[in-house]
Design a protein around this ligand. Structure first.
Ligand SMILES: NC(=O)c1ccc[n+]([C@@H]2O[C@H](COP(=O)([O-])OP(=O)(O)OC[C@H]3O[C@@H](n4cnc5c(N)ncnc54)[C@H](O)[C@@H]3O)[C@@H](O)[C@H]2O)c1
Length: 306
């Protein structure tokens, strides 16, 4: 099969490339950056993803399109929100439209960590209505998510939505303002204080990015009727708990508390009953995942500077 990975040079995209190579698929990455991964089955197209003949031709050449790009994240969307509204939404509509016409499957990487917004109870399931959203990124991701559902329902498009919680692991761009665990470990290893916005009791549903990619692959091959999947570990961990694991494994770790940011949710935990049942998923414990990530980052002698 040929996979077109839009945004394939990014954090999740790069990890997903490894998953696809394991299964011996051909891959086209369309991204404005070219990643360091090289393989005979991997072909890069460098450029700006926008509605164009090039995009149409790449979709025609592919069996499955993985929508893994975003111009913004929660932090950058404070200033760069226009990119999300004017570019990401418009381009996504065109991708869904072309894929529907050409009868290609699309896997849309939605943000389970933001689109459900503020909720009264956790964990939230795939059928939970979106609550109050706290940043422009969340609104853009939720709009594309709802648009994908509409294409599925009205155009009969073959679109599956992966609502991913808070992934961590290799290939994360730690300067992007996203990814608490990796940034915290890298700062601790580099003897810089870990930055925490608020008192550290913010709860997130962290998941190993390798698990995310294995699940995305299973979604790509899925033949059943469900089309929205929470991709998560299903349990919440506070930032203070993460810091304790780091402190138990790295000496002299300091923490700098800054005021809580209104763009951040206080809690995010996604119900993962569906992926456990459909894809036989068994999440690992956070302690062992963080300890193994510390070992990897120490071995690679990661240096981090402000
Ligand atoms: N990282 C997370 O915590 C997380 C969680 C849930 C969902 N997601 C979603 O998963 C997807 C991938 O996230 P990520 O963390 O890998 O992001 P990332 O920023 O690491 O990667 C995105 C990639 O898209 C490329 N890109 C962006 N706009 C482009 C454009 N106009 N033209 C060409 N290339 C472009 C970038 O160069 C980059 O390589 C995004 O849609 C994101 O919203 C991410």
């Amino acid at each position: 099969m040929v996979f077109l990975v839009l945004g394939g040079s990014g954090f999740i995209g790069s990890n997903f490339i490894y998953e696809l190579l394991k299964h011996r698929h051909k891959i086209i990455v369309f991204d404005k950056n070219i990643a360091t991964i090289k393989h005979e089955h991997l072909h890069y197209v460098k450029g700006n993803i926008h509605p164009s003949i090039c995009l149409k031709n790449l979709i025609k050449k592919s069996d499955i399109i993985v929508h893994a790009f975003s111009s913004i994240n929660p932090t950058t969307s404070i200033k760069q929100y226009k990119k999300g509204y004017l570019f990401d939404i418009k381009t996504s509509v065109e991708i869904f439209n072309l894929a529907a016409k050409l009868k290609r499957r699309v896997i849309y990487l939605s943000s389970g960590g933001t689109v459900y917004g503020e909720q009264k109870t956790y964990p939230v399931s795939e059928t939970t209505s979106f609550g109050h959203l706290t940043n422009h990124y969340a609104i853009v991701k939720a709009t594309i998510d709802r648009t994908a559902i509409m294409f599925k329902e009205k155009q009969g498009a073959d679109i599956l939505i992966a609502r991913i919680s808070n992934p961590f692991g290799g290939y994360l761009n730690c300067t992007s303002g996203a990814g608490f665990i990796d940034v915290a470990i890298k700062r601790a290893v580099s003897k810089l204080p870990i930055i925490v916005y608020g008192d550290g009791n913010t709860i997130r549903d962290y998941i190993d990015v390798k698990d995310v990619c294995a699940l995305l692959y299973k979604m790509s091959m899925y033949k059943g009727k469900k089309y929205i999947f929470n991709i998560s570990s299903g349990y919440g961990t506070t930032q203070n708990e993460i810091i304790k694991i780091i402190r138990d494994n790295i000496k002299n770790v300091s923490v700098n508390h800054l005021p809580f940011r209104s763009i951040d949710l206080k809690c995010s935990i996604l119900d993962n009953t569906l992926i456990k049942k459909v894809f036989s998923y068994h999440p690992s414990k956070i302690d062992s995942l963080v300890i193994s990530r510390i070992k990897q980052l120490k071995a690679n002698e990661v240096k981090y500077s402000d």
